[in-house]
Design a protein around this ligand. Structure first.
Ligand SMILES: NC(=O)c1ccc[n+]([C@@H]2O[C@H](COP(=O)([O-])OP(=O)(O)OC[C@H]3O[C@@H](n4cnc5c(N)ncnc54)[C@H](OP(=O)(O)O)[C@@H]3O)[C@@H](O)[C@H]2O)c1
Length: 346
């Protein structure tokens, strides 16, 4: 048996309990979890059952790193003792691949070795947000920019606007856009973040508190018709994104929450040529890109192309502290990402 933190009732705090240590299935490994970073969707899971619905009791945590303790059938990618990181699955019927427990399974295809020189904590800040940013840019359901980079595609002629560029997903989107040489990236964010965002790869930073963000973005890029790609990383209502995109050129808006209001806003504005859709960053929606992403993410981090996030540590499966960290997302308060050490003593 192992210790785990459970959602036993949707809308109630998570609580400590025990469950069996899972056995790795075909293509999976069992890891001793060293670090698991919690994300806004973990709060939505606790408070409204997002992803696992009434499939209770459930365990949160999709960003996971740890030490391989057992190889499932057909896994040759890792050796026992390797430090790896990967993305768990909140959609699976059982919470075997979840981070807020001492042991978890990871699929070899949705994980990678922790790159040399990096800690399990640092790397645990990446999986879901990096998968989401990568998916938004390169998946056929979203912007569908060619990846691996194509010699015949003109990345330099494209302009991407990132609304909520100061968010973790926003920063990762900027870094991946820089990696393929996108022409210009406009970051809509607090102006206090300008220096950092430009270092990450933003060409321009527009103050999100400006009285006219649309005007400011268009002024930066030479008019509305230059804006054909907009990702909104923070909002739930998408009038800003719909107002930003071109009137004359087919454009794409990618959202991180339900895209319905973006579709409606485009219709209202007479921009029927344009499309809006959500980027679902769970591993189940990422299979098309999993090989290229997980085959390279360690190297991109080691080379400094992709930076790990800032974080703080919570030792042990401390229900009180972890509920408080989940509450910060619920209450919209400033968050430094919390990385949990499930195997540490309380
Ligand atoms: N679809 C998916 O699969 C998926 C995956 C990952 C995340 N998400 C969702 O994406 C959202 C963001 O997640 P995250 O962890 O990246 O967020 P985060 O890092 O916690 O974002 C907070 C930052 O967003 C910026 N911000 C907040 N409100 C804004 C606004 N109205 N306009 C512009 N910027 C604003 C602020 O930055 P500054 O003020 O410093 O600029 C703030 O510091 C969450 O709701 C999460 O659930 C979805």
């Amino acid at each position: 048996m192992q210790k785990a933190l459970f959602v036993t009732e949707v809308g109630k705090p998570v609580s400590l309990g025990t469950r069996v240590i899972p056995n790795p299935n075909l293509g999976e490994v069992l890891i001793k979890v060293t670090s698991s970073q919690i994300l806004p969707h973990d709060t939505y899971g606790r408070d409204s059952g997002l992803f696992f619905q009434s499939n209770l009791p459930y365990v949160l945590g999709t960003n996971i790193s740890g030490i391989v303790t057992k190889l499932g059938p057909s896994v040759t990618k890792y050796k026992v003792g390797a430090h790896i990181f990967g993305q768990g699955s909140p959609l699976a019927p059982l919470p075997d691949s979840a981070g807020l427990q001492e042991y978890a399974t990871l699929r070899a295809s949705d994980s990678a070795l922790v790159p040399e020189g990096f800690t399990d904590d640092q790397i645990a800040t990446l999986p879901t947000n990096a998968v989401t940013a990568f998916k938004a840019l390169f998946h056929s359901e979203n912007f569908h920019l060619p990846f691996p980079p194509s010699k015949t595609f003109d990345y330099s002629s494209k302009t991407l606007v990132v609304i909520g560029a100061g968010s973790n997903v926003g920063k990762l989107t900027i870094q991946f856009a820089k990696m393929v040489g996108l022409g210009s990236v406009v970051a809509v964010a607090s102006i206090s973040g300008e220096k950092e965002l430009k270092e990450l790869g933003a060409t321009y930073v527009v103050d999100r508190y400006s009285e006219d963000v649309v005007r400011d973005v268009h002024a930066m890029v030479g008019g509305q018709d230059a804006v054909t790609h907009v990702i909104d990383c923070v909002n739930w209502v998408y009038d800003l994104a719909a107002n930003l995109v071109s009137r004359t050129r087919p454009s794409v808006i990618v959202t991180l929450h339900r895209a319905d209001s973006a579709v409606e806003a485009l219709e209202r504005l007479g921009k029927q040529e344009s499309r809006a859709m959500g980027a679902k960053g769970l591993r189940e929606h990422f299979t098309e890109l999993a090989e290229v992403f997980w085959g390279n993410i360690g190297e991109w981090v080691a080379e400094g192309k992709i930076l790990t996030g800032k974080f703080r540590v919570i030792e042990g499966l401390d229900a009180e502290k972890i509920n408080e960290a989940l509450d910060l997302y619920r209450d919209g308060r400033p968050v430094v990402q919390a990385v949990i050490h499930p195997n540490a003593e309380l």
